[in-house]
Design a protein around this ligand. Sequence first.
Ligand code: FAD
Length: 424
Amino acid sequence: RTAIVLFTRDLRVHDQPALAAACANAERVVPLFVLDPALAGRSPNRDRFLVQSLADLRESLRGRGGDLILRHGDPVAETIRLAGETGAEGIAVSADVSRYARRREIRLRAEADRHRLSLRLFPGLTVVDPGAVTPAGGDHYKVFTPYFRAWSTGEWRAEVATPRSVPLPSGIAVGRLPALPAGESPHAAAGGETAGRRLLRGWLGGIDRYDDIHDDLAADATSRLSPYLRFGCVSPLAVARAAGDRAGPFVRQLCWRDFHHQVAYAFPDLSTVAYRPTATEEWRYDADALAAWQEGRTGVPVVDAGMRQLRAEGWMHNRARLITAGFLTKQLGLDWRRGVEWFHRWLLDGDVANNSGNWQWVAGTGNDTKPYRRFNPVRQAHRFDPAGDYVRRWIPELESIPDGSIHEPWLRNETLPYPPPISA
Ligand code: FAD
């Protein structure tokens, strides 16, 4: 028997339930990735990370006697076509939450039925499946703390073994990897399971410090695993298990990721529609202010530092994301959807659930239990970058200011090559 494993954002061989099941149950396994033109070009940074991840996955599969078959086009049509060419009877795929992914899943099921192929969905994109942990009388948790309680004390699936061999049928055209896209951020991390696993191993050594310094902007002491989780180069479950303490501060962040996934699963419009429609939703339109925010020249150093880090690295520290997003929505009064779009273009970890879920949280239209909270960016800067080192790293115009007073350059009696702060 032959099975196709349709890879999507589960680009790994370890703890990959769909791949493991296919290897256990079929004599021949066809690992497939379809480059979908509908998804390409939204983020040059992620396009690059994806190709790097595919190259690494292909190497791993080749090392196991298999290969990664690459096709271009509609994933559903290409999967069905390849099933015909290889005589496959089954298709294995990881279940996903976004509207696009779920429509693809529904179409794939319809086509599989029509061609008398079996389609099996597998877990693996989150620690706990969306929909697996639900409150009494509801389909998803709207508040994080009770979700975390249920999530951390509930059953987790066992990790699956990495297949030793992936027996590819003979005679399939494997398909070429696309040329490596240029990306937009000069200092973006490189994709792939090998890089992700290496990062994880190194990270576990420093995990004890996480609680104390994860919010310190200059210390840069978070895991930076998010792009690898986004593309499934590391298994969220394996990361959570390796971290040990299920109720600990780092695993709690992985639970936030699951939390937003279960919200997106229940509320597929999360990127465009306010989750909590009762909140005030009167956004200003101000193209100049939006451009200043995007380009890191609002005149508020900590905001500009975050926005410049985003463009340079395709990643931003979580505390800086909170500050910059709060500044756009609560200080400038601009629509959170503009923030979703901009972040989605640059972030290597950009995904529908986490990006939109967090933006709505900050804007007060989402799951925050205190939707009217307002971060004061200057106070945040003094608290989380007391010596100003984070700002100095990203804003060379201000590097002559030696201490925390860098956060309020407007109070200084000197002319600096830096704009005055904008406001609504
Ligand atoms: P760590 O602190 O090491 O945390 C470990 C992992 O937990 C992360 O890799 C991530 O997968 C998860 N995590 C941590 N914080 C959150 C959170 N608040 N929500 C969901 N998951 C979390 N994260 C994304 O993965 N993709 C996004 O598109 C994204 N957009 C965001 C937009 C805004 C406005 C804000 C405020 C936050 C956003 N986040 C997003 C959440 C968070 O900022 C990043 O996950 C985190 O900074 C990634 O760095 P890290 O891997 O070093 O995190």
